[in-house]
Write a protein that binds this ligand. Structure first.
Ligand SMILES: C=C(O[C@@H]1C=C(C(=O)O)C=C[C@H]1O)C(=O)O
Ligand SMILES: [Mg+2]
Length: 468
């Protein structure tokens, strides 16, 4: 288990943060990082259930380079409808960090990091199930576990020091919480059972695809991504712990994430990176065009080859490549895009995949990249503004955080965001699952329907729902 953290470790720096709070008459962040013995990320997440339910977050990247697990919420950062949400979050975050006092290890993936995401479309009217979320929502965890690419573990503790607070009392409470997080014996997870799985209006959705195909043939538009929803009902509240466990076991090649907000949890396993920034290095991904996996290696290879040469899918894919290339070119010194897509094979599906690399221009934060990239034609369409109007008019639901950027951001503007597909919302006694597909002028409604059915599988399996 964890090395017992010396009670006095960092206390002098902590007191210094209080002195600054008095001096500047404002809240001052104290952020402390210590190396700890390795601990299983899910065990840490579960340990936070009793004390911090509704304030937990989970992130594990698809390369096995970083896991971040946050429990407890030291501070929330939210957007407001009047200003650009990316700028608002960035400004609040930068202001909040002024005068911060740091103690201990300093490396990327530790220290003050906010975890959260954005909604797909702030202009869509919110549906009831998404009412806990604002269009930009981030949490600074009180306690954050980091596992780096070598398996080394670090614990970050973030405390807000306010004028008038009593340093010794707060310090004692923090130490006590930490002990609990690392020593609490788990109560057996009592999980809810599925009562029923409902596909929301599948026939109407197919008709909509047919209708949008006609519009694509007539209008100056090349692609629109349309999504649909499955609602799973349980006999109680579904715990995100068990869903995460299932996703982690089944989808090792995806980003696994969760974001609890009060009694809701947005959760998923997505293969799609939007953007990663580590110092000046930028990575992004074009992912669009899909085919099922085969039952044998031969069949699987044959399907892969079919996808690599299929005109409809190559077109769907190329539109994403064009947009991502031009968005990144605005913010990078150099951008490298391979000339041909490769295959990305994950458990249930294979995709056309073009990884993109770049060198960041000076002074640009990860959120600037997110602003420029979202929504890519992998989830919106081409041209973006027309496709977004069609989604608003035809989709008949609110995507919430589905298909939108989810990830983390540090004090230096480094971070990583994935596109939150293969995802769902746990709320009350329900899970709302989402999947979509790129509709182009030669799309066939029935095949698009089948494609989305495959894309639902990872989340259906993880929550225990079944469809015919
Ligand atoms: C929209 C989704 O996936 C997107 C659409 C794809 C397609 O239509 O081929 C492929 C990957 C994703 O960019 C989803 O999974 O919900
Ligand atoms: Mg497709």
């Amino acid at each position: 288990m964890v090395r017992i953290i010396q009670q006095s470790h960092g206390y002098a720096a902590f007191e210094h943060a209080f002195e600054k709070a008095y001096q500047f008459k404002r809240d001052v962040l104290f952020s402390m990082v210590i190396p700890i013995d390795p601990v299983d990320p899910l065990q840490f997440y579960e340990a936070g259930y009793q004390m911090f339910q509704g304030e937990r977050s989970f992130w594990q990247d698809r390369d096995g380079e970083l896991a971040l697990i946050g429990v407890g919420n030291a501070q929330t950062f939210t957007s407001n409808p009047l200003n650009d949400r990316f700028t608002t979050i960035q400004q609040q975050w930068s202001q909040f960090l002024e005068h911060a006092v740091y103690f201990g290890v300093q490396k990327i993936g530790t220290g003050p990091i906010i975890m959260g995401g954005f909604s797909f479309d702030p202009r869509q009217e919110a549906e009831l199930e998404w009412s806990n979320f604002s269009d930009g929502y981030f949490q600074l965890p009180s306690y954050m576990l980091t596992i780096d690419q070598y398996g080394a573990a670090f614990l970050t503790t973030n405390i807000i020091c306010s004028e008038g607070d009593h340093a010794k009392t707060i310090w004692a409470r923090i130490q006590a919480n930490k002990e609990l997080l690392f020593t609490r014996l788990q109560d057996h997870i009592k999980d809810a059972n599925v009562v029923q799985t409902i596909e929301v209006n599948p026939e109407r959705w197919k008709n909509t695809i047919g209708f949008v195909v006609k519009r694509l043939q007539k209008e100056e538009m090349e692609k629109v991504v349309l999504a649909r929803k499955i609602k799973v009902e349980f006999d109680g509240k579904k715990r995100s712990d068990t869903v995460l466990e299932r996703l982690r076991d089944d989808q090792p090649d995806s980003f696994i994430f969760s974001l609890e907000v009060l009694d809701s949890c947005f959760i998923g396993a997505t293969p799609e990176r939007l953007v990663k920034k580590e110092n000046e290095s930028i990575l992004s991904t074009c992912l669009a065009g899909s085919i099922q996996r085969g039952n044998t290696t031969e069949e699987d290879n044959r399907l892969g080859q079919l996808l690599l040469h299929d005109e409809k899918n190559l077109h769907e894919h190329q539109l994403v490549v064009n947009m991502i290339k031009s968005s990144l070119t605005d913010l990078c010194e150099v951008v490298h895009v391979p000339s041909q897509p490769a295959l990305m094979k994950i458990r249930d599906i294979q995709h056309l995949y073009t990884p993109v690399k770049g060198i960041a221009s000076k002074g640009i934060s990860i959120l600037d990249y997110v602003r420029n990239l979202h929504p890519t034609p992998a989830l919106g369409g081409t041209p973006t503004h027309l496709a977004m109007d069609v989604i608003r008019e035809e989709e008949g639901m609110n995507r919430g955080f589905y298909a939108a950027p989810v990830g983390w951001l540090d004090a230096q503007g480094n971070g990583e965001f994935a596109v939150a597909i293969r995802s769902g919302l746990l709320h009350d006694h329900h899970a709302y699952l989402y999947a979509g597909c790129g509709v182009v002028a030669d799309s066939d409604p029935e095949s698009e329907y089948q494609e989305t059915t495959i894309k639902f599988r990872p989340m259906l399996r993880a929550v225990g729902g079944t469809i015919k």
